[in-house]
Ligand binder design. Structure first.
Ligand SMILES: NC(=O)C1=CN([C@@H]2O[C@H](COP(=O)(O)OP(=O)(O)OC[C@H]3O[C@@H](n4cnc5c(N)ncnc54)[C@H](OP(=O)(O)O)[C@@H]3O)[C@@H](O)[C@H]2O)[C@@H](O)CC1
Ligand SMILES: Nc1ncnc2c1ncn2[C@@H]1O[C@H](COP(=O)(O)OP(=O)(O)OP(=O)(O)O)[C@@H](O)[C@H]1O
Ligand SMILES: [Mg+2]
Length: 432
């Protein structure tokens, strides 16, 4: 049975909700997400309703929902009406006049707000202006450490995403046989064929080669604003030993690191590499998160109290920032937890995590610059560049995926999402 929010003829037992919103507006979409996720009702977005209709809908909803559902509904509706300020006060009056569940609803609203973050505001705050006085490099120099015989797509996706978000230079440090392949994907990337896998190194040469690899990366280290370690890195033990050294050097020089893919395999088994380093970000998918939780917290993944668990995990690793990827992305540095649930796509093609890691690297660098410049007009409550970078990267990736899915539906692949990064950022933060 259809329950049409806003019509006067509303059936008693609603199963589906048609949410009438201006669907370009972030808050409205977030409100709609709440309908779907929390109230477990199917949601269909319809653009540009007469705004008073949603208020009618709420009154009648009272008859078919529990007080807790009603509280969440009022919060969802508030989100949707943020942009329609002409009706916002009427909406608030309505929420108050519904009585009963309202005090409860206030607490619920506060809890939800303290987790879900206004990611678009974060993006607008930290994205630097396109100032003609700035020189090449000031908008970010990113390096991806990854790419081996099996995987050449992952480092390419991460490195090209960094450029498409707005970094000036993007490097890839990969194995010798991956390099020509990655170069052939794009002339934009600076590709260093420096890493070696065990199969190409004799036992007696390992020390010398390891030193050479480190020296090659070290030549550049201080110039980088952020390293992304792991996309398509593989799990060769000799290669991972070299990468451990690279991580130690990055840490000594205070270069931020985003660790993903096989980098997480390395770190999970050697947690000291990142423990206590506030400029480290870990971006685990479901599988990688499970391994991390088992190793660090010696427990199972707890989906019921996911917020608390991600907080404990980040704290236990000494304040690194964790971006737990999933239906909603959860971000914690051990102090706070933020969630990004907006947009997204139902397509789960491989490579989306690589886009995310490249994007987080750029936004983290921008957030760091923004905080160092200490803009007095900044309205950011959070001052951890790693958290801000994760929030912005997550929202950007999800928005681009949503846009790509609108165009390509089931045939959406990672390259299509990368092509939508520019339009997505432009939508939030137009280049003047
Ligand atoms: N084009 C390229 O070059 C790309 C290369 N990539 C690179 O590959 C490397 C390994 O990364 P990875 O993600 O495949 O490894 P890992 O996490 O061990 O997963 C292995 C298995 O775990 C499962 N599984 C995963 N996610 C799950 C989920 N959400 N929920 C449930 N299960 C889930 C799933 O198992 P299955 O369902 O097949 O049994 C999956 O097959 C790494 O370097 C990465 O950067 C990728 O970036 C993609 C694009
Ligand atoms: N169920 C979902 N709904 C919406 N977005 C999702 C969902 N699961 C993951 N995402 C988004 O997709 C992005 C990649 O997450 P995913 O879990 O696919 O990473 P991954 O497995 O590391 O990807 P990769 O294939 O690149 O290794 C994240 O930004 C996350 O927000
Ligand atoms: Mg991955």
């Amino acid at each position: 049975m259809n329950f049409v929010l806003g019509t006067r003829r509303i059936p008693e037992k609603a199963k589906r909700v048609v949410v009438l919103v201006q669907n370009q507006i972030g808050e409205a979409r977030f409100g709609a997400e709440l309908f779907r996720d929390v109230l477990k009702l199917s949601v269909f977005l319809k653009p540009r309703p007469p705004p008073h209709l949603t208020i009618q809908g709420m009154v009648l909803m009272k008859h078919v929902m529990s007080s807790q559902q009603l509280s969440l509904l009022s919060y969802a509706n508030t989100c949707m009406l943020m942009a329609s300020s002409s009706v916002y006060r009427r909406q608030q009056f309505l929420i108050r006049s519904l009585g009963g569940g309202i005090d409860h609803s206030r607490n619920m609203q506060q809890d939800l707000r303290s987790v879900e973050v206004d990611a678009e505001s974060v993006i607008r705050s930290i994205t630097p202006a396109l100032d003609p006085t700035r020189h090449k490099g000031q908008a970010g120099k990113i390096a991806v450490i990854g790419g081996c015989r099996e995987y050449t797509g992952a480092p390419y996706f991460a490195a090209i995403s960094a450029l498409k978000i707005g970094a000036d230079l993007s490097h890839v440090f990969c194995t010798k046989d991956a390099a020509p392949v990655i170069k052939s994907y794009s002339p934009e990337l600076i590709v260093h064929p420096v890493l070696e896998e065990s199969y190409s190194v004799r036992e007696e040469d390992k020390k010398t080669i390891s030193r050479k690899v480190l020296a090659e990366v070290d030549k550049w280290m201080e110039r980088f604003d952020c390293l992304v370690i792991g996309p398509g890195l593989g799990r060769d033990p000799f290669l991972l030993d070299c990468v451990s050294e690279i991580m130690r050097h990055a840490r000594q020089t205070n270069v931020p690191i985003v660790i993903d893919g096989d980098g997480l395999f390395l770190v999970t088994n050697n947690i000291d590499l990142v423990s206590g380093y506030g400029l480290a970000v870990l971006t685990p998918n479901v599988n990688e998160y499970k391994r991390l939780v088992e190793k660090v917290l010696s427990s199972e993944v707890n989906d019921v109290d996911a917020t608390q668990q991600v907080l404990s995990l980040a704290k236990k690793i000494g304040g690194v920032t964790i971006l737990k990827k999933g239906k909603s992305d959860l971000i914690s540095d051990g102090d706070t937890v933020k969630s990004v649930s907006i947009y997204g796509s139902p397509r789960r093609c491989g490579g989306q995590g690589d886009i995310l890691s490249g994007s987080v690297a750029v936004f983290l660098s921008w957030a760091r610059q923004h905080i160092i410049a200490a803009d007095p007009n900044s309205n950011l409550s959070c001052k951890n560049p790693a958290v801000l970078g994760c929030v912005a990267g997550s929202a950007m990736m999800r928005k681009a995926a949503s846009l790509a899915f609108c165009h390509k539906k089931r045939s959406t692949v990672t390259g299509d999402i990368i092509e939508c990064l520019g339009e997505s950022l432009e939508d939030i933060c137009p280049a003047t």
